[in-house]
Design a binder for this molecule. Structure first.
Ligand code: NAD
Length: 440
């Protein structure tokens, strides 16, 4: 069994720490916020991820998972140190590496023997080498001569099903330049049955960006096609189905039309890959278009709404779903935030409901100073009450089971705009709704 440190306890770091502990290793999760660490010690999780609380509790109980803010102790005890800190967008869309650089410096100041530094954060090509140089510089400053290796081990988990994704990955990518480090990483994941792809550092770093950019491209592609469907009377769901039956495209292709992608990864990773291209003199035009189409998709939905209700002043609009996708409370780059801001700006009275993201939304909208203009409701019916229109922005399963009779009675007018294509248009019309979706 190995001793591991995971630095950064956000969506990726905390899932990584608890899951590796479940594999039987001893893991110390390191955070910088004392209050958060004290809560984690009591198995209080700072965000919503199904099954994570139970997993943290279980692994803490078996003494395989612990939490601290004290990096020196964690590093001294560990053979592998994972970096799982944030890499948000910088001013021009490039990945901001300040958190990674800070952690690399700390590791260099503290290592006390051979370590493998595994990078789980999504970072531009060349970051592994940069991390190596920073650690080397700090070690030299101490007049020490410790060996260490830096490995790129990108994470592909999806929020909302993160534990299952971590435990049963489609592939394990290990980018390194050293046999010893590779062997240690393979040992760590020896119970995984997925394909192991061992590459150089640069290739591994690029695989992560390439995967996310490709998925985002599929979404913008299908959303573009949805515009044509709306003009010619075709059904985008059936078009996508027909496409997926081509084995070169595949049944799991990410071809779901809707309000566009959001979240902490696709938007920033598309921008970062454009910048990576720029740095080496390549104009990644297709990705610029992917990004633009994604932004326009939100406007397209608002355009439909405005055609129905041109003057939004003092009109109640209900919003179902705030998180960028179901089963998470993550609001980073969520379409709901853009849509709510626009509606408020135009004078609408906005009523929202989301099963788990309400508290986070309150905090975020407070920062944007629009808190007082939004009414937070206890359920979808509350958000629909007296509404001129209900807008569906996250495909929570709960919204599949609503009592439509109750919804229709609650609303002032039975207008529904479904940004996630959750329902059958004919069935909704039969229920008495003026139902609009995307590309159908
Ligand atoms: P996050 O913002 O939720 O978590 C990052 C955490 O690192 C924060 O809690 C922050 O406080 C902590 N941190 C920063 N500096 C620190 C330091 N010096 N010491 C200790 N802790 C520190 O981010 P995330 O969503 O977990 O993403 C982390 C990385 O993984 C990013 O590069 C992201 O692109 C990548 N990634 C994310 C996902 C996802 O679905 N969220 C999936 C795959 C990869």
């Amino acid at each position: 069994m190995k001793h591991i440190t995971v630095i950064g306890l956000g969506y990726v770091g905390l899932v990584t720490a608890a899951s590796i502990a479940k594999l039987g290793h001893y893991v110390i999760g390191v955070g910088r916020d004392k209050k958060k660490i004290e809560k984690l010690k009591k198995s209080i999780i700072p965000f919503y991820e199904p099954g994570l609380k139970e997993l943290v509790k279980l692994t803490q109980k078996s003494k395989r998972l612990s939490f601290t803010t004290h990096l020196p102790l964690a590093i001294s005890k560990s053979e592998i140190i994972f970096i799982a800190v944030g890499t948000p967008s910088g001013l021009r869309g490039e990945a901001d590496l300040s958190q990674v650089k800070t952690v690399a410096k700390q590791i260099g100041e503290l290592i006390n023997g051979y370590k493998v530094i595994g990078n789980k954060s999504t970072v531009p090509v060349g970051t592994g080498n940069l991390v190596y140089k920073i650690i080397e510089r700090e070690v030299k400053k101490r007049a020490k001569d410790f060996n260490f290796d830096v490995v790129s081990n990108p994470e592909f988990l999806r929020e909302g099903r993160a534990i299952d994704d971590f435990m049963h990955p489609d592939r394990m990518v290990i980018g390194d330049s050293n046999k010893k480090a590779r062997a240690i990483m393979k040992e760590l994941y020896q119970s995984f049955h997925c394909p192991f792809l061992v590459t150089d550092l640069e290739t591994a770093e690029l695989i992560k960006y390439a995967s996310n950019a490709m998925l985002a491209t599929q979404i913008s592609f299908i959303n573009s096609l949805a515009h044509i469907c709306e003009k010619v009377g075709a059904d985008i769901s059936r078009v996508a189905w027909g496409m997926k039956l081509d084995q070169r495209i595949g049944k799991n292709a990410f071809l779901k039309a809707g309000v566009g992608y959001g979240g902490s990864c696709f938007p920033k990773d598309v921008l970062a890959l454009i910048q990576i291209g720029k740095k080496v003199g390549f104009n990644f035009g297709i990705l610029k278009e992917v990004e633009k189409i994604n932004q326009d998709q939100r406007n397209h939905l608002l355009g439909k709404l405005k055609r129905l209700i041109p003057d939004l002043r003092n009109k109640i609009i209900g919003i179902w779903g705030l998180s960028f996708k179901p089963e998470t409370d993550d609001l980073r780059e969520a379409p709901s935030l853009t849509v709510i801001s626009r509606l408020i700006k135009e004078g609408a009275l906005v009523q929202v409901f989301d099963p788990v993201a309400m508290n986070k939304a309150r905090l975020l909208l407070k920062e944007k100073q629009i808190i007082r203009k939004v009414k937070y409701c206890l359920n979808p019916y509350g958000a629909a009450k007296d509404a001129w229109l209900v807008l569906i922005l996250t495909e929570w399963q709960q919204f599949k089971k609503v009592d439509w009779e109750k919804v229709r009675k609650a609303m002032r007018y039975p207008h529904i705009i479904d940004g996630r294509n959750m329902y059958e248009p004919k069935a909704m019309a039969k229920l008495g709704f003026n139902y609009m979706s995307v590309g159908r």
